[in-house]
Ligand binder design. Structure first.
Ligand code: ATP
Ligand code: MG
Length: 312
């Protein structure tokens, strides 16, 4: 029985091998790397020792087997992943700009990821569930709004908390209904895992600290704010604190947010005080950026302990 249920997309990532390489001319890409923000989250939560299930769709192809195999290797439950015949597993291509930014081309809505329906969100998956985790990057097809609503309803019925990472992708927010749904989920979630960029987009004009305070006036009991190379900030009903970053050489930032978020939620479920859970999340995020590939930098509890011993 899974204590964390994650709902969303599975995909593989093909990564440009040279910085400055774009999509408009031929170049070398490395992959397939297992990916999809929900899959990265589920993989890391399972590695942290919390029984975790991912509800998703994959193609009946080797890209799908690549991701499902990795999840199984690391202990995540994959029994609720539906294989869709005759449709390919989702793919993301990523290029790295010289200014440190990233460009993506996603094959999602037209892939198996886009076939997830509310019927895939099985009540049986929620037996024993303590946290449902969902994220804004999954709102790439109109049906996903109903998928999310059903997942939240089943989490409610199970007495589980809802954890939400807005993971804002501006092109998805422009789709009809998505901005309202993100606002609804921000208001509904018990645990919020935004990045600084997410808050700047959702609450223009507010500092991240003020936006966090605003969020705590709603239902959310805590906010774990991800600040990239600047570390993170925890804010809860009993106060807020910043966590300085662990010094690392960043190789690839993709996936750090999901890895950190999963470590934070897993820590809370293990009964750690928020400061300890947030510290481990910070260490997991820092470790994540040292490896090339979205899920390659996910870590084990022993690797996190070593990082904590090493210190900031
Ligand atoms: P993504 O959506 O790309 O997965 P994100 O924007 O949601 O990422 P980040 O803030 O990039 O999340 O990363 C999550 C956490 O990882 C940060 O809060 C921080 O603790 C850690 N982290 C990220 N980048 C670095 C870095 N360069 N050095 C040290 N720690 C980092
Ligand atoms: Mg993010």
């Amino acid at each position: 029985m899974a204590q964390i249920v994650v709902v969303g997309e599975i995909l593989v990532e093909m990564m440009a091998t040279a910085t400055g390489q774009g999509f408009r001319a031929p170049g070398l890409f490395a992959g397939p790397y297992p990916s999809g923000a929900p899959a990265i989250f589920a993989d890391q939560a399972a590695r942290m020792g919390v029984p975790t299930a991912l509800i998703a769709c994959a193609g009946d192809d080797d890209f799908g087997r690549c991701v499902i195999g990795r999840l199984q290797e690391n202990g995540a439950e994959t029994g609720h992943i539906r294989l869709v015949p005759d449709v390919a597993t989702g793919v993301a291509f990523v290029c790295y700009r010289n200014d440190g930014g990233r460009d993506f081309i996603f094959h999602m809505g037209n892939s198996a990821a886009g076939r997830l329906t509310p019927e895939d969100i099985a009540p049986a998956a929620f037996a024993g569930c303590r946290v449902l985790h969902i994220m804004g990057s999954s709102l790439f097809a109109p049906e996903m709004a109903d998928v999310m609503r059903r997942a939240v309803a089943l989490a409610d019925a199970a007495g589980a908390l809802v954890s939400f990472d807005p993971n804002v992708r501006p092109e998805l927010l422009r789709r009809p209904g998505n901005a309202g749904l993100i606002a609804d989920l921000m208001a509904r979630a018990d645990i919020l895992l935004p990045s600084e960029a997410d808050l700047a987009f959702l609450y223009p004009g507010l500092t991240p600290e003020d936006a966090t305070t605003l969020l705590l006036q709603g239902r959310a009991g805590c906010v774990f704010l991800k600040r990239g190379a600047a570390g993170s900030r925890y804010a809860g009903r009993s106060g807020a604190f910043d966590i300085p970053p662990f010094a690392v050489d960043e190789v690839d930032p993709t996936g750090a947010g999901d890895c950190a978020g999963a470590t934070f939620v897993a820590g809370l479920l293990h009964g750690l005080p928020p400061r300890e859970a947030a510290l481990r999340a910070n260490a997991a995020g820092a470790l994540a950026v040292t490896k090339r590939g979205p899920m390659e930098g996910n870590s084990t509890p022993a690797e996190l302990e070593a990082m904590l011993v090493r210190g900031h």
